[in-house]
Design a protein around this ligand. Structure first.
Ligand SMILES: NC(=O)c1ccc[n+]([C@@H]2O[C@H](COP(=O)([O-])OP(=O)(O)OC[C@H]3O[C@@H](n4cnc5c(N)ncnc54)[C@H](O)[C@@H]3O)[C@@H](O)[C@H]2O)c1
Length: 347
């Protein structure tokens, strides 16, 4: 059997412990050989979960990269700490999988992509929604021509009450922004993937912070963190004439949580939660809904990691290349710019 793929993890907090470590443990020909985290508590817990010897646990990822031989670096740090370990890992000749969003600016994303190209290593962005069962069913409908040309979509990820309670997400310094960076990046990526990655032209958006700092909604320590924003709504135009309506919140006075995408095509419409195809059959508008197993997202994380390992082994392209995440990053940048300027902006 070929040598195992050696993985080092940078940032062993929530997503690493909950999804990435079990994901790598699920890949037969991979082993987690080291980890780095600036928080000793997270490092100890993550290290134990991953079965990493204590002398391979580092508080400085650069030291880890210098001292431990590895093939893959898995970056699970807060958004604003995605770029530096990615660049360092490529410099060391490793493949990189980085959590979503790729980073927090278009300029950073371009540098990360260029560094991967220079190192001739794969860059994958962990857009886990693409690997869920319902996403794969929708993609199958698109690929089999049942949807036709997609000309409009609605991407909605509204949490009525769901301001994250800890620092990574609500600290502007660590995350760069609110639900657009946390939630919209998932549904945007899903829509772009299903739409065939059309070229975005412009974005018109508004961002709001109206209710999250009310005492009843504060799950965070207001002395330590202030919520950056809580609601983003936008409209994106693409060069091929298609458009997308986007709405995402951590807090909104609504009774229904809404997490879904709907895409309208010339032959059919598709939506997730559960995956449904609407089209005309025998002169009637019908819908086909597929029953999927309740997943809670874990299986999709395992699948993204499995596919990344397979791409490395088989010399295949990255399952979610940086170039695709760059397009999403252009839209995210556009959302914030448009809201600041109060008008539509080119992206
Ligand atoms: N795909 C998903 O569904 C999903 C879900 C949650 C989080 N995420 C993403 O994962 C990333 C991490 O989120 P989280 O919820 O795990 O946050 P977290 O705060 O629980 O974990 C992040 C860890 O990174 C560590 N860290 C920070 N700076 C570091 C540095 N310079 N070197 C080494 N370690 C450092 C922190 O100490 C912390 O332990 C974010 O980018 C987030 O968007 C994705």
């Amino acid at each position: 059997m070929a040598k195992k793929l050696r993985v080092g993890i940078v940032g062993v907090g929530g997503i690493a412990q909950g999804c990435h470590i079990p994901g790598w443990q699920n890949v037969e020909d991979a082993e987690i050989v080291a980890a780095a985290d600036i928080r000793k508590q997270a490092l100890a817990a993550g290290g134990e979960l991953a079965g990493i010897p204590k002398d391979r646990l580092y508080t400085d990822y650069n030291k880890m990269l210098r001292e431990v031989e590895m093939d893959i670096v898995d970056v699970c740090t807060p958004n604003c700490v995605h770029k530096a370990p990615t660049m360092a890992a490529f410099k060391r000749g490793c493949h990189v999988i980085v959590e979503k969003p790729i980073t927090t600016s278009v300029a950073n994303a371009k540098q990360m992509i260029a560094a991967g190209k220079q190192a001739r290593k794969l860059l994958m962005v962990a857009q886990s929604m693409r690997f869920g069962e319902d996403a794969l069913i929708m993609k199958r409908w698109v690929d089999e021509g049942l949807v036709g040309d997609i000309y409009w979509g609605r991407a909605s990820y509204l949490r009525p009450r769901g301001v994250p309670a800890w620092g990574t997400f609500i600290s502007k310094e660590l995350s760069a922004g609110g639900p657009a960076y946390d939630l919209a990046v998932h549904i945007l990526d899903l829509c772009m993937w299903l739409m065939g990655h059309p070229e975005p032209v412009s974005v018109s958006a508004n961002i709001y912070l109206e209710i999250s700092n009310k005492p009843s909604l504060m799950t965070h320590n207001p002395k330590k963190f202030t919520v950056p924003d809580e609601l983003a709504v936008g409209f994106i135009r693409f060069a091929n004439g298609a458009s997308l309506t986007l709405e995402t919140s951590w807090a909104i006075n609504s009774t229904q949580p809404n997490n879904g995408v709907f895409l309208a095509g010339t032959k059919g419409g598709i939506q997730n939660n559960p995956p449904t195809l609407v089209r005309e059959e025998a002169g009637m508008l019908t819908d086909t809904t597929v029953q999927v197993s309740p997943d809670r997202g874990i299986a999709s994380h395992h699948e993204e990691i499995r596919q990344f390992a397979e791409a490395i082994r088989k010399g295949k392209p990255s399952p979610v290349p940086g170039e695709q995440a760059l397009i999403t990053q252009r839209i995210l940048d556009g959302i914030y710019k448009s809201s600041e300027r109060g008008k539509e902006v080119k992206v």
